[in-house]
Design a protein around this ligand. Sequence first.
Ligand code: SF4
Ligand code: SF4
Length: 176
Amino acid sequence: MRNNRISSVTLLKATILSLWLTMKNLFRRPVTVQYPATRRPIPERWRGGTFALTTDKETGEENCIGCKLCERICPSNVITVEMEKHSGRGWAKSFILDLQACIQCELCVQVCPTDAIVMVYGMETPVTRREDLILNKEKLMANEKLYPAAWARGLKLQQLHEPERGTEEKRGVVGK
Ligand code: SF4
Ligand code: SF4
């Protein structure tokens, strides 16, 4: 009998709490937006979705020297670069990046010595066919014109990862 009374009180409390929560949320401003009519701003440091191969803004030359560093570091083995040499430098004869197994780790961007491969600043890069996820050199170069590049470039990221130089006192080594 006592147990029945306790469970009735608990049930009543839970019901009142649920009703109160419902009423509270009924008058709250909605947090959802009517996409695509309304779009939330993308965070400044966002990068992802797809990739682009860049060209030198002044000369128009391809920045990729075909060094294969991105291919070697890619943990998913989704990059294949074929190198050729002419005009005193290396070039990517072909470049394949298979987005199907890309984990968006950005390692390929981080190791690039010429800022040639970049992630883009945009979320809306959908495709409807599997083959569209296999990016060849032409698609990657076209992406440079289609999407703005993200702020993170290889040389900038490498600079950020460099240990702070200076005296031992400055680095806080002395006295430890
Ligand atoms: S982001 Fe990572 S997984 Fe994707 S291509 Fe680059 S290195 Fe490979
Ligand atoms: S994208 Fe960068 S790391 Fe990859 S092959 Fe070209 S120059 Fe080398």
